[in-house]
Design a protein around this ligand. Structure first.
Ligand code: FAD
Length: 422
């Protein structure tokens, strides 16, 4: 099979790959997008059945196309996937599905990369790795795989019927863990939720969704995590019409909150002390957002309805004042554990000098240390919003602009070149 050549190869056709294609086209950069499954596959088959977008339809989208649904509603995951399929059609994105990129290596003696795919070889001057921030489910090695309890990652959770009868422990109280725990409790399960440090912004305040507040307060655009907040997860939800994640309410409805899951021995799990501190931290984060919003309203003379009841915080539930520090799983009837403990990235196919000793991409806003290699969709790639739908679109623009600028340099012919040609 002859080797195909292309200026820029984009690997992955999730939202990042589709955004990259739009901006490359706008810059006149010939390109091809390769996707091993289908467009936006993760939204179709890599999430639980009832998942809806965390942000309202007016916000969680690319600028050039709206959802065909209530702009204030939270689109279901299939609608999000369909949105990207439609978007790719609208921009006529050159996407080839069902093609796995197996390796990318630098060519020797000339610029560019040799790309080994399940559909033959490609040579590309540039490669954009748009393979996603949430690739490989991470389960911390706490409970042995052969322990007498079903263990799955949130990536493999679909719905309550998938689990054996009995109580469930959900580990991790970010957006995934808190939503899954809530769903399981609503289905009639006894649920334990292991909660660590978290932020939990108000779903809405003074008539505006929190995505709006983050926007006007410039918080989507902050460039890096505050030092010391690396392990603080953010808990938000668009489920059931969109509600503030409130762990006190979940406890009042019957959920047992426990601290961070630490160790396991002979069927007994131990939880770290500090649940109360985590809950207090979440409250402080919530209240600080209300303070910032109030200050913004005041400063800009906005006419948004006051909402003093939003500041009412219920008393600590019993499971917070008298935390369970160890749990005998069999005695508590816990038959399954769902690890909502995040993801890592897998760039093992990218055999280039663009990673530090820990294997993390070396890059500036996605432009890597290896000329011609780009990353897209990384957490905090340029800002807080980088892994989100609207944020990746802006990062993609930066990469496409960078590639176009490099092409201009490479096309430059100076007086010496002209003399040499004459
Ligand atoms: C549970 C969950 C809920 C989320 N909810 C929201 C939300 O409501 N709003 C929001 O803005 N963001 C949300 N996000 C964050 C983000 O929008 C999604 O994770 C999104 O899927 C990221 O898109 P992506 O294109 O960067 O990566 P992905 O969607 O993961 O796409 C990467 C693509 O690359 C392909 N691929 C990987 N390796 C190869 C290879 N070697 N060769 C060929 N193809 C390859 C994969 O098949 C995949 O289709 C959520 C994330 C999670 C985990």
């Amino acid at each position: 099979m002859p080797t195909q050549t292309i200026d820029t190869l984009v690997v992955g056709a999730g939202q990042a790959g589709v955004a990259a294609s739009e901006h490359l086209t706008n810059n006149g950069v010939p390109h091809l997008v390769l996707e091993r499954d289908r467009i936006a596959e993760r939204w179709r088959t890599g999430r639980w059945d009832s998942l809806v977008a965390n942000g309202p339809a007016w916000h969680d989208r690319f600028p050039n196309m709206e959802f065909q649904s209530d702009p204030e509603g939270f689109p279901a995951k299939e609608q999000v996937a369909d949105y990207f399929v439609d978007y790719a059609k609208m921009i006529d994105a050159p996407i080839r599905c069902g093609v796995d990129v197996r390796s990318v290596e630098r060519l020797t003696g000339r610029a560019g990369f040799r790309v080994n795919t399940s559909d033959g070889m490609i040579e590309a001057r540039n490669v954009i790795a748009a393979t996603g921030a949430f690739q490989t489910p991470v389960i911390p090695p706490v409970v042995p795989r052969d322990a007498p309890v079903m263990q799955i990652h949130s990536f493999d959770y679909r719905n309550p019927d998938q689990l054996p009868e009995g109580a469930v422990l959900v580990v991790g109280a970010g957006s995934s863990g808190s939503q899954i725990a809530d769903e399981l409790m609503r289905s009639g399960r006894k649920v334990y939720l292991s909660v660590g440090p978290h932020g939990r912004p108000p779903r809405a305040y003074r008539g505006r969704d929190f995505v709006w507040w983050l926007g006007v307060l410039g918080l989507w655009d902050i460039a890096a995590l505050q030092p010391g907040t690396e392990h603080v997860t953010i808990s938000v939800s668009g489920a059931y019409g969109g509600r503030t994640v409130d762990f006190r309410r979940l406890a009042a409805e019957g959920m047992t909150l426990v601290g961070k899951t630490e160790t396991y021995q002979d069927g007994v799990l131990s939880f770290a002390p500090g649940l109360g501190d985590s809950i207090a931290h979440g409250d402080a984060d919530y209240l600080s957002m209300l303070d910032m919003a109030d200050a913004y309203v005041e400063r800009n003379g906005l006419d948004l309805p006051k909402e003093p009841e939003a500041r009412r915080i219920a008393p600590d539930p019993d499971c917070v004042t008298h935390p369970v520090l160890s749990l005998d799983l069999a005695q508590a009837g816990v038959t399954s554990i769902i690890w909502a403990t995040g993801f890592s990235q897998d760039f093992s196919w990218l055999k280039v000098d663009a990673f530090d000793e820990a294997g993390k991409p070396k890059h500036q806003r996605g432009v890597s240390s290896e000329p011609g290699i780009y990353f897209l969709g990384l957490p905090w790639q340029s800002r807080r919003g980088s892994t989100f739908i609207w944020g990746v679109w802006h990062d993609a623009k930066h990469l496409a602009d960078h590639i176009a600028t490099q092409r201009t340099y490479l096309e430059y012919r100076g007086p010496n070149d002209k003399k040499a040609q004459a």
